[in-house]
Design a protein around this ligand. Structure first.
Ligand code: C5P
Length: 297
């Protein structure tokens, strides 16, 4: 059965409203998260004696930007699962490999998706699939719970309250990142210092029939972190201008706290052409279908 592997798809916030602030400093959000085809890959390569502990090797185009130490979310997820599930210390540890295809600290939940992939793979390997992964995921980060199922979801609370998303049309997406690592806390702080008001939750229909209708709806929403992120990193504004000018782009916006921006397209050929022209600017860009658009559960 093993080695086992799991794709860890990029999470994109189609909109992100900041609706309140909790006493612990975290912000309550209303967001629609979808998953891009672009993904990291996590592999359980070989079991190791328990006393040797878990090991993580990292490769891939963005692997150099990441430490494989015990702070890595993949290893933290492994420890949290072992602890939460009261698993015996004699269960085998694993030699794991993370192929990092997604830019790091870039607003698309790469680290969260990797942690969720680790929870899924290890729950299967340790045969503890009956353990509720949701609270373990929430303890690792606000975006980890939505990455467990990797399906479109409405996110509320600080990200841990997940509900069905409206049915999305089949649509292609370009991701583009200008190569600046954005610290999420700094962007939330800049939002707060800008004096911006809390925004109400978005009103959404039950479904969208095509990309044009989705784009029309999204224009009445916002990513509240986009303006403060552009103020900190003006290149994000340049990325958005290029995306908006690309032929057949229905809608462009920044995801999460940035710097990755997305463009929505009705067909994959148009998205691939846009990605090509964005790469010509020296930026990382990738095109693919939005995942699981038929699945509402
Ligand atoms: O939970 P995560 O590690 O992804 O969050 C990183 C930082 O982003 C937090 O320390 C906090 O400053 C900010 N954050 C927030 N409200 C959220 C999510 C993140 O203020 N809902």
């Amino acid at each position: 059965m093993l080695p086992a592997r799991s794709l860890a798809h990029a999470k994109i916030n189609l909109f992100l409203h900041i609706t309140a602030r909790r006493d612990n400093g975290y912000h309550e959000l209303d967001s629609l998260a979808v998953f891009a085809q672009t993904a990291d890959l996590l592999t359980l390569e070989a079991p190791r004696p328990a006393e040797h502990g878990m090991s993580l090797a990292i490769d891939g185009p963005f692997g150099a930007g990441l430490e494989a130490g015990s702070d890595n979310l993949v290893l933290r997820a492994a420890s949290a699962l072992r602890l939460a599930a009261s698993l015996s210390d004699t269960l085998p540890a694993w030699q794991m490999r993370l192929t990092k295809n997604l830019p790091v600290a870039s607003g698309i939940g790469g680290g969260s998706a990797d942690a969720a992939a680790a929870l899924r793979l290890l729950a299967a390997a340790w045969q503890c699939e009956d353990v509720d992964l949701a609270p373990i995921a929430a303890s690792l980060g606000a975006d980890v719970p939505v990455c467990i199922a990797q399906k479109s979801r409405r996110m509320q609370g600080i990200g841990e309250i997940l509900a069905a998303a409206p049915r999305l049309p089949r649509c292609a997406m370009v991701l583009v990142n200008p190569g600046v690592a954005v610290p999420t806390p700094a962007v939330f702080r800049a939002w707060k210092e800008s004096g911006a008001a809390f925004r109400p939750s978005a009103k959404l229909p039950a479904q969208w029939h095509d990309v044009a209708a989705l784009a029309e709806s999204l224009r009445s929403t916002s990513n509240d972190l986009q303006a403060p992120a552009i103020a900190l990193f003006p290149v994000i504004g340049e990325v958005l201008s290029h995306l908006e000018r690309s032929e057949e782009c229905h809608f462009a916006r920044m995801s999460g706290s940035g710097a990755t921006c997305f463009g929505l397209y009705a067909d994959l050929d148009a998205a691939c052409r846009a990605a090509e022209s964005l790469r010509a600017q020296g930026w990382w860009a990738d095109a693919g279908w939005v995942q699981n658009t038929e699945d509402r559960r």
